[in-house]
Design a protein around this ligand. Structure first.
Ligand code: NAP
Length: 335
């Protein structure tokens, strides 16, 4: 059984007695910085010259400095810039400002696991990786709940107390902080987002929507069926697993699950999942993603622009506006 820690296992004073620099103020950075501040921790945010996040952070009442200055000031540096920028930020602005005994923390193990950052041996290295998007880390903290996290230390024998205290500061131990390793977190995180959470679900939703629309059904009906209702189903799974979902849906829907699921996720798909995992484990995915960033992100930006114009997005934006209790968020070019 995995080791999971909760609020009562973590000592908030440990992180309250440290100065914490949060590098980056994006999805995760804003949540960590604000949650820590409200948990009574001394926090500064580190951002690059001309960062568009700077105003948001200062407007939220946070002190912002250069990455080098806040890293020098801090005892604990949490690196929450984009994964593909972290190695350069570390080399140019953080490395020289770390002192023996300082902590370098990560929200995802990518750069440590794939060897693009190698901290000195007298610095402690830890992981506090929330298992949810940064905006949920903030929202759940504010409403008294929390987002679970995976925690780890790099060096065998280093106590987990500090990452655990940090996890409490961002509200994660309210839901549970599960002990892992950098390798396990990195590989399972990449696999989960590619195969299920982002890649798998997006393609499934779009392919099903396109099939219905292509067969002449109304796009609005296809939207409700293939995207809107997904949340209602996932909410059941979240509360009681697949069994509760199957208990709640009609027997007809349950029969559809049993007879059709394996026609959609075929042996070929399962084989491809293994190939995806292998490319994550052997570093192929990381290497290609780093190269894509180093060469101007051309295919990434092209796909992003195409996906934002898919019919399902236009239909969805109109439908959501007509449902009063949906807090609609429409992503615009440049967001
Ligand atoms: P993000 O939303 O893209 O935000 C990145 C932040 O870093 C922005 O504030 C950006 O500033 C800033 N930044 C960019 N270049 C910088 C530089 N050279 N120096 C200092 N700051 C810089 O990133 P994210 O999605 O939160 O990801 C951060 C980390 O959390 C990653 O390791 C990621 O894997 C991990 N993580 C993310 C999530 C998630 O929900 N997104 C979940 C779990 C773990 P500008 O605004 O000026 O661009």
């Amino acid at each position: 059984m995995a080791k999971i820690y909760y609020d009562q296992d973590a000592n908030l004073d440990l992180i309250r007695s440290k100065k914490v620099a949060v590098i980056g103020y994006g999805s995760q950075g804003h949540a960590h910085a604000l949650n820590l501040k409200e948990s009574g921790v001394a926090v500064k945010v580190g951002l690059h010259e001309g960062s568009k996040s700077r105003k948001k952070a200062t407007d939220a009442g946070l002190e912002v400095g250069s990455v080098a200055d806040v890293s020098k000031w801090a005892d604990v540096v949490m690196l929450l810039a984009p994964d593909t920028s972290q190695a350069a930020i570390y080399k140019d602005h953080i490395k020289a400002n770390l002192e023996p005994g300082n902590w370098l923390l990560f929200g995802h193990g990518f750069n440590i696991h794939f060897g693009t950052i190698t901290p000195p041996s007298d610095v402690e290295v830890g992981l506090v990786a929330p298992k949810g998007p940064g905006h949920r880390v903030r929202e759940t903290y504010q409403n008294g709940q929390g987002t679970p996290a995976l925690i780890a230390v790099l060096k065998e024998g280093t106590p987990l107390d500090l990452p655990l205290a940090y996890a409490k500061g961002i509200g994660a131990t309210r839901a549970g902080a599960l002990v892992t390793t950098f390798g396990e977190e990195t590989e399972t995180d990449l696999f989960g987002e590619q195969v299920v959470l982002c890649g798998g679900v997006s393609e499934l939703v779009k392919s099903a929507f396109d099939t219905l629309v292509g067969a002449g059904y109304q796009p609005e009906v296809a939207y409700f069926e293939c995207l809107h209702e997904l949340k209602l189903i996932v909410d059941l799974m979240y509360r009681g697993g697949l069994n509760y979902m199957r208990y709640s849906v009609s027997d007809t829907a349950e029969q559809g699950d049993y007879v059709t699921g394996r026609r959609i996720i075929t042996d070929e798909t399962r084989g491809e999942m293994k190939n995806v995992l292998k490319e994550i484990q052997d570093g192929t995915f990381a290497k290609r993603w780093i190269e894509e960033n180093e060469t101007g992100r051309k295919s990434f930006e092209k796909r992003r622009a195409e996906e934002r114009e898919h019919l399902i997005e236009n239909v969805g934006a109109k439908i959501r506006k007509l449902i009063p209790f949906i807090d609609d968020v429409t992503i615009k070019p440049g967001d």
